[in-house]
Design a protein around this ligand. Structure first.
Ligand code: ZN
Length: 124
């Protein structure tokens, strides 16, 4: 199986994608309210849900800001850009190179199991 897509994303990037999609979902829900113009209560529900999504996204962005202060700044050995590492193992934000802060894991094949229970392996 050939794929140019790297299997993992940096945690901060993942959360950022989630926050961005929440904004889109919020706007789509609010846009959906237009189709229920005749039913005022449905419009109210859609508008409220949409606003809740956008508020949630703002909260997630604030959370990213908090996580960033906890993350460790390292220079990526692959692309030599400065990236933030969250937890024991994380991806480079720019090239998705697996990085580790734990010396005991250095040189070992990267395994997402160090972070959670998903059963994926890197290809090469
Ligand atoms: Zn990199």
């Amino acid at each position: 199986m050939k794929s140019n897509k790297k299997p993992y994303k940096s945690k901060i990037n993942k959360i950022r994608t989630f926050a961005l999609s929440l904004i889109f979902i919020g706007f789509i829900i609010m846009y959906g309210a237009i189709f229920f113009r005749e039913h005022q209560w449905l419009v109210m529900i859609f508008m409220t849900l949409g606003i809740l999504c956008i508020i949630a996204s703002t909260a997630v962005y604030a959370w990213i800001g908090f996580l960033s202060t906890q993350a460790v700044m390292v220079e990526c050995p692959n692309c030599h850009k400065h990236t933030k590492v969250l937890g024991r193992v994380d991806m480079c934000m720019f090239c998705n190179e697996p990085l580790t802060l734990d010396k005991s894991l250095e040189g070992k094949e990267f395994n997402q199991d160090y972070n959670n229970k998903s059963k994926h392996h890197t290809n090469g």
